[in-house]
Design a protein. Structure first.
Lengths: 396, 212
């Protein structure tokens, strides 16, 4: 007798599911969980190994920056905004400062713009390296962490050498970058330029980062367990990503060639030759791979910027007390996590009337209820990690 | 902003003619499509539509203008009575302004749509059916400004505890820490190097005493 194979499979599956029919339960993840990059809580309904109706609970990190900025002056707000996404603090400052400069009508000197651009790309490299370290770790591979963090330290040393801060540089000023350190007589009228040897050290560091990226690619891309856990998991179609406002590497992994560095003019990216890596399937694997490729592109940009950095002043002439003229504008930038923007309403005083902060991770994780619907419980961590969010950037 | 070739050719005439913003044509096209009024404020295209056509206007923007990317939604509290920060100079027409920025994902064009709500009944139809991402943004605007989004599936607090009273981003909501102690930072303004009003250092090297 020949058995119908389809029928056999069908029968065995149904018997298994009858045996394992379990009571629905509610699974609580967080708010303290190593894979949540901060304090995020997920409440999911779990039926067997499948999760349904996942509801993120956020707000544990809410610091009320939008309200606070209404009672602060523009220079003071830079210290607030670089604490939004703390793994790329420098990049958060730039769109805010550019928005204020736009209302003031200040033309920033070219050298200052190049320095901003180099530091923004270093921030992107360090942010993506954190992802390269943490994501395989969340999937159970500890080794890439050491490779990635070693290189990240190299990049942070460069950032620290210029700005004095590893995470919170507070290096931008309206009209340029930070002027003389201190205000004593010996440094008077001397503007702090890049530290001696910075450009040469950066060039060396970039070569080393490139080597490490190759190593990381071998370590992770040839690892069958990681491939099995990420390929085809957490697929995000481009139209869904756009309607949720998912931006940055996450939407590019879904095959959308959308990079604000190519379309906005907040920094002179049009002078540089670089590609926008995109993924094919929009799964966890593509989100990892796009970030890896982006590190290489950032290295390319930094190398070109070092070759082409013009000389000149670091600061445009600005008044001692900065009063921004009335007006409103929205300035957005391609931050490591995605679109970061500031809608600035000025009433002509020393601080904004209203500052709306559009942060990338907020929109990026608003996709969680959609993308986690019906996935296996172990995949929750794989998918969440692949979105690369920071809770400071979610809660603001 | 780069100028278009036609503008550079007629550079001599352009001095006399009022300069047209490079985004003006696009702003007019968007305004015509959604039947709103367009303004360009510091390179930001703003299109105002009446509150009762909010959802239909943004649906048109998504379907006909390719503005498929939902960037953000928020509000501005225009108030004459201001508890925190500095008020707007002059007469302010008390109202809420709801703003939503959409973008396309090919050329990177963006438009900020805006509409006006009254302070007494701040209520507007929800965008969740058009842009799924509006869900959290509307919840944030609901708790921070007290704006009601009709048809929102889950209009509850997003950041704030459930029992929290008040709408913190309203201008009438005081910032308690500021009430208790004035912020000392305003007196702590550092002089910019090279600025004219920078004071001469008292202990620096002078002609009389170069060794100081």
């Amino acid at each position: 007798m020949v058995l119908d194979q389809d029928l056999v499979r069908h029968l065995s599956e149904s018997s298994v599911s009858v045996e394992l029919q379990t009571e629905e339960m509610t699974l609580n993840i967080g708010p303290q969980h190593p894979s949540t990059h901060g304090v995020l809580r997920l409440v999911a309904r779990v039926d067997g190994e499948r999760a349904f109706d996942v509801q993120p609970v956020i707000g544990y990190m809410h610091r009320g920056y939008e309200k606070l900025s209404e009672v602060r002056t523009y220079p003071q707000i830079t210290t607030l905004v670089n604490r939004i996404d703390w793994v790329s603090g420098y990049a958060n400052e730039v769109p805010f400062i550019v928005a204020a400069e736009k209302l003031l009508g200040i033309e920033v000197p070219e050298r200052a713009q190049f320095i901003r651009l180099i530091l923004c790309e270093l921030a992107r490299i360090s942010s993506h390296l954190i992802f390269m370290a943490s994501y395989p770790l969340e999937l159970g591979a500890a080794t890439p962490l050491f490779f990635a963090l070693r290189e990240r330290e190299r990049v942070l040393d460069l950032l620290e050498g210029v700005t004095g801060g590893r995470f919170h540089p507070n290096f931008n000023r309206i009209g340029g970058v930070k002027p003389a350190y201190g205000s004593g007589s010996s440094t008077r009228k001397v503007i702090q330029d890049l530290p001696a040897g910075f450009l040469a050290e950066t060039r060396d560091a970039m070569d080393k980062v490139m080597e490490a990226v190759d190593e990381l690619e071998q370590l992770v891309a040839d690892n069958e367990i990681i491939l099995a856990r990420t390929k085809g998991i957490g697929i995000l179609p481009p139209e869904v990503a756009a309607s949720y406002g998912v931006s940055g590497p996450n939407i590019r992994a879904s095959g959308v060639k959308f990079d604000l560095r190519k379309v906005e003019d907040y920094l002179p990216y049009h002078l540089f030759d670089f590609d926008i890596p995109v993924g094919e399937n929009g799964d966890c694997w593509d989100r990892w791979h796009v970030r890896l490729l982006e590190i290489r592109q950032s290295v390319r940009i930094v190398q070109q910027a070092i070759d082409g950095i013009p000389s000149g002043p670091l600061q445009a002439k600005v008044p001692k007390v900065i009063k921004v003229p009335q007006g409103e504008t929205y300035v957005r930038a391609e931050n490591p996590k995605g679109e970061m923007g500031y809608y600035l309403v000025s009433n002509g005083n020393q601080g904004p009337y209203r500052l709306k902060i559009r942060s990338a991770s907020f929109s990026n994780i608003s996709i969680l209820p959609w993308i986690l619907e019906g996935v296996l419980v172990p995949d929750i961590i794989a998918i969440m990690g692949s979105l690369d969010f920071v809770l400071g950037d979610v809660d603001r | 902003m780069t100028s278009s070739p036609s503008e550079t050719e007629t550079a001599a005439e352009a001095v006399e003619a009022p300069t047209v913003h490079p985004l003006q044509e696009y702003a007019d096209r968007v305004a015509a499509a959604v039947e709103g009024t367009a303004t360009i404020t510091f390179d930001t295209v703003k299109v105002e539509v009446p509150a009762d056509r909010w959802v239909s206007a943004l649906t048109t923007a998504r379907d006909d203008l390719g503005l498929v990317f939902f960037s953000w939604l928020s509000a501005v509290d225009w108030a004459s009575d201001v508890q925190v920060g500095d008020p707007f100079p002059g007469e302010v027409d008390d109202r809420f302004e709801v703003l939503a920025t959409l973008s396309d994902i090919s050329e990177g064009r963006r438009v900020t749509f805006t509409t006006t709500l009254s302070k007494e009944t701040p209520s507007i139809a929800s965008l969740v059916e058009v842009f799924a991402g509006a869900n959290w943004h509307e919840r944030e605007a609901y708790e921070m400004f007290g704006i009601d989004f009709e048809g929102h599936p889950n209009l509850i607090h997003l950041y704030l505890p459930d029992a929290f009273q008040g709408n913190p981003l309203r201008k009438s909501f005081p910032l308690l820490s500021r009430e208790v102690k004035p912020w000392p930072g305003t007196v702590d303004v550092e002089a910019m190097p090279g600025s004219d009003d920078e004071e001469e250092p008292a202990d620096g090297p002078t002609e009389e005493n170069p060794e100081a």
